[in-house]
Ligand binder design. Structure first.
Ligand SMILES: *[C@@H]1O[C@H](CO)[C@@H](O)[C@H](O)[C@H]1NC(C)=O
Ligand SMILES: *[C@@H]1O[C@H](CO)[C@@H](O)[C@H](O)[C@H]1NC(C)=O
Ligand SMILES: *[C@@H]1O[C@H](CO)[C@@H](O)[C@H](O)[C@H]1NC(C)=O
Ligand SMILES: *[C@@H]1O[C@H](CO)[C@@H](O)[C@H](O)[C@H]1NC(C)=O
Ligand SMILES: *[C@@H]1O[C@H](CO)[C@@H](O)[C@H](O)[C@H]1NC(C)=O
Length: 383
């Protein structure tokens, strides 16, 4: 790399070198973050000590996202070790609420099994009766598939998605998913995850592309027709019993998952409105959640509950996906300023990150706060 840089004119060399230094820094920071994250990985439970089941899916996703960008062989070895071990041990050791297999509509089940004659993966052991948790794992296994091309991982994600289709609701305009089988609460995250999983699968399972595109479009059209998106284009937490916007907290992850879903849907079935909507939501989110230095926050800081500690990294991961197809200085500023601030102001002596990205590290530091911040460092590698 340095050799070719030396051949360039001096003026170019200076700016190229500083770009390379920035890129190298971003990679070494993310690798340092991976080492710290793995201090919490428990090979018996298949998830990360100090963080819960759904957080585990997000810890695994950030490792996959790093492995996709980092050619260092030790990163890929760690990733492959984690995927395989988690795949084998996590359901039995860690699923907090293993439920009965979701009852599947016989005709869709038959089509699914026919399309997957060799399906050796029992996806039902990953279900925990919270549809959002199930979908986090589906996305995590898609991310693992993307870096390994291991077909069992993709089949697992397909099986989880198939179960989720059975939860497609009858309330609120005759659609959408409630957040669990016994609740009537229809929340944004569950539906954004369903959209994103369907759209990701549409780009990875050619034989079932139309099937997955149809589900993604059905979800997105339903989502748009409900009141999730508020008057300033941010997304509130969910719907009231009368299906109106409930005005509940604008969490960063609810502004994030939809972005990756629309990027994937636009790739599978291009329609200009998808990226327009994604850009509108991303910019509204940044106006609401980033501070004047371009560092992202959530309203719960500094005392976020264990769920809230995960959210901001999810936004960063998905904003980076949007940045790849629809670049904006607004996005690069928030990604790089958040990552720099985490590194400079929100890191303890063990290289672990806290929940407040502008710092200081005062509250609980755990695998959830750390993996969430690591998402920002990985996003910074990609821009
Ligand atoms: C690792 O996971 C196992 C199984 O869940 C658990 O019994 C053990 O306490 C965990 N180890 C630590 C250090 O938390
Ligand atoms: C995959 O994980 C299982 C369970 O931890 C282990 O027994 C097996 O040896 C691993 N396979 C590979 C190829 O590492
Ligand atoms: C899948 O696992 C569930 C839960 O352990 C079990 O009830 C079901 O019989 C399994 N299905 C198959 C096809 O093995
Ligand atoms: C593009 O997407 C929008 C929003 O989902 C939809 O209303 C419109 O019908 C789509 N256009 C085409 C040509 O499919
Ligand atoms: C947008 O509306 C939400 C309430 O739904 C509010 O929390 C947020 O501050 C508003 N954003 C801006 C930029 O005013």
């Amino acid at each position: 790399m340095l050799f070719s840089v030396r051949l360039l004119a001096p003026a170019l060399t200076a700016s190229l070198l500083s770009d390379l230094t920035v890129a190298d820094d971003a990679q070494s920071r993310a690798e340092t973050a991976l080492d710290a994250l793995q201090q919490w990985y428990n090979s018996t439970s298949g998830i990360w000590d100090t963080a819960g089941w759904w957080n585990g899916a997000n810890c695994m996703t950030v490792i996959a996202d790093l492995a996709a960008l980092d050619s260092d062989s030790s990163v890929m070895e760690t990733a492959e070790y984690v995927f395989n071990n988690t795949f084998n041990v996590a359901p039995a050791a860690s699923n907090p609420n293993p439920g009965p297999e979701i009852k599947t509509n016989p005709s869709s089940k038959r089509d699914f099994l026919a399309s997957r004659a060799n399906n050796a993966v029992n996806s039902s052991v990953w279900l925990d009766s919270a549809y959002d948790d199930d979908a986090w794992w589906a996305l995590a296994w898609i991310a693992a598939y993307d870096v390994t091309e291991e077909s069992s991982y993709l089949e697992l994600a397909e099986g989880i998605f198939e179960s989720l289709t059975e939860a497609w609701g009858t309330r609120c305009g005759g659609g959408g998913l409630p957040w669990n089988p016994t609740s009537s609460y229809v929340n944004a995250i569950t539906n954004e995850l369903f959209l994103s999983t369907a759209a990701h699968l549409a780009n990875r399972v050619p034989s079932q592309k139309d099937y997955y595109v149809n589900w993604a479009q059905k979800e997105w059209n339903w989502f748009l027709s409900q009141g999730f998106i508020g008057s300033n284009n941010t997304i509130n937490d969910g719907l009231l019993d009368d299906c109106q916007n409930n005005g509940a907290t604008v969490w960063s992850y609810n502004q994030g998952v939809v972005l990756g879903g629309l990027v994937e849907l636009n790739k599978a079935a291009p329609n200009d409105t998808y990226l327009e909507s994604a850009n509108t939501i991303a910019k509204a989110a940044i106006a609401t959640l980033a501070d004047s230095n371009g560092v992202l926050h959530d309203f719960c800081e500094p005392n976020c509950e264990p769920d809230g500690t995960q959210f901001k990294g999810i936004f960063m991961r998905n904003l980076q996906m949007l940045q790849q197809v629809s670049p904006s200085d607004t996005y690069t500023r928030v990604i790089s300023n958040s990552a720099n601030s985490i590194w400079e102001n929100d890191k303890n002596s063990e290289n672990e990150f806290g929940v407040v990205w502008s710092g200081p590290v005062e509250n609980t530091v755990d695998a959830s706060t750390h993996s969430s911040a690591m998402d920002a460092l990985v996003a910074a590698m990609a821009i």
